[in-house]
Design a protein around this ligand. Structure first.
Ligand code: PLP
Length: 426
């Protein structure tokens, strides 16, 4: 038994499924999760001394790779002065000012501790500000695990959603309406059927929790127009895309304005941070300025702020990282397509910026239904072949491959060679 396997057996006795977040458990791909000892740049090392090129990057936060010296130094320098006060610190202002300087159309920020919290709070604000109850979300988009977002399309999808998890009440689900990604008509139907009742449309500007699904030309602008027509707010959930697609996130990358934006992952530099942001008029609805209550004991935690701020500073000091990452992701995508063709494997590779995903299907993937046509058994095999060769991919078809600025030419060449061999072995 490997050390990771031993640890997993032990973990299963005290942690549900042996993990603290479900996808880590490798259930979709089989085998035993690797227990990580450390990470440096694009590489991670597991308990058995095996080294991998990491394309998860903590599911997005490690956009500059692991253990970036500037970020570690910022954390050390800050932590020696105390870990948390529950009182304001200057760092929180610096963080908000930094975000506002980077991201278009935001004037004020509220820090929280996770993406889930950011979305949950932004939805409350949207409801509070509009006086409306209903929210439109898209099938296959993930917005964290708050009750109203764990909803699937029910039979009465035109009017209300169905709980997608045990423990979510019908009451929490009934105000969530489900539309189809990249299908403006599906949004318009919901808005028309629920006139004057929709507080917000929430969307991942690039859907990155059903693999990677880019928005079609005009889709995001179409949402903007529909929201304006119906007096609903447009929320970009940029927990993945924020500071990743561009310094200003998807609003900058696609040139479409959102009313509220949620952040997580990259914003903490590897520490647990989330945030939501918008215009002054909207954000001043939040307590203690306004009637929408939201709070947090550890929100704006100084050590977490130090890590996040250091990461954002590096991203602004080195804007070239965005082209570097995009070029790297394109390189992998092109080689995957060529290898798939060479070995007769049916594959679609979607790529936007530093995000990409190979689907084992003939069907172009532009929505959740299309993503589900992928042969997930093939993905599982591919995943395990890659792992054997030292490339650590997401243990599920329906997750992105995250390229960081730390991936070197050598890493990329190694990766596409491993992929070529893995696809040949399918
Ligand atoms: C990860 C994610 C979340 C949830 O963030 P957590 O920090 O895991 O709570 C929300 N929205 C999107 C788009 C995400 O990718």
């Amino acid at each position: 038994m490997s050390r990771s396997e031993e640890l997993f057996e032990r973990a299963k006795k005290v942690l549900p499924g042996g993990v603290n977040s479900p996808v880590r458990a490798f259930r979709a791909v089989g085998g035993s999760p690797r227990f990580v000892v450390k990470g440096l740049g694009s590489h991670i090392l597991d308990e058995d001394g095996l080294e991998y090129i990491d394309y998860i990057g903590s599911w997005g936060p490690m956009v500059l790779g692991h253990s970036h010296p500037d970020i570690l130094k910022a954390v050390y320098d800050r932590m020696v002065n105390g870990l948390s006060f529950g009182a304001p610190t200057a760092l929180e202002i610096e963080m908000a000012e930094k975000m506002i300087s980077m991201v278009p159309n935001i004037e004020m920020v509220r820090m929280v501790n996770s993406g889930t919290e950011a979305v949950m709070s932004a939805l409350r604000l949207a409801r509070g500000a509009t006086g409306r109850d209903k929210i439109i979300k898209f099938e296959g988009c993930y917005h964290g695990h708050s009750d109203s977002m764990l909803v699937g399309a029910g039979s009465g999808a035109l009017t209300q959603g169905e709980p997608d998890s045990k423990g979510v009440t019908k009451g929490a689900a009934q105000d969530t309406l489900m539309a189809q990604y990249n299908d403006l008509a599906s949004v318009e139907r919901l808005l028309d059927a629920n006139l004057g009742q929709v507080a917000a449309v929430i969307v991942e500007p690039v859907a990155a929790n059903m693999g990677v699904v880019p928005p079609k030309n005009g889709f995001l602008q179409g949402l903007r127009d529909l929201c304006d027509k119906h007096g609903a707010l447009l929320i970009f959930d940029e927990v993945i895309t924020g500071f990743r697609l561009a310094a200003g996130g998807a609003q900058e990358y696609f040139g479409v304005r959102a009313d509220l934006v949620t952040f997580g992952k990259i914003i903490g530099g590897g520490m647990p941070v989330g945030a939501y942001a918008g215009s002054r008029a909207l954000m001043e609805q939040v307590a203690p300025c306004g009637p929408v209550y939201q709070a947090g004991t550890l929100s704006g935690n100084p050590v977490a702020m130090a890590a996040g701020l250091a990461q954002l500073q590096i991203l602004t000091d080195h804007p070239e990282v965005y082209t570097v990452m995009e070029t790297s992701a394109q390189y992998i995508a092109n080689h995957l397509r060529a290898s798939a063709e060479k070995h007769g494997v049916k594959m679609q590779v979607n790529q936007v910026g530093s995000l990409l995903c190979p689907y084992f299907t003939d069907t172009p993937v532009d929505c959740f239904a299309a993503a589900k046509t992928s042969d997930t058994k093939k993905y599982a095999k591919y995943f395990n072949e890659m792992l054997l060769r030292g490339v650590y991919l997401a243990p599920s078809q329906f997750e992105a491959m995250f390229v960081s600025s730390a991936h070197t030419q050598k890493d990329l060449a190694f990766t596409v060679q491993a992929a070529d061999e893995s696809l040949a072995a399918l």
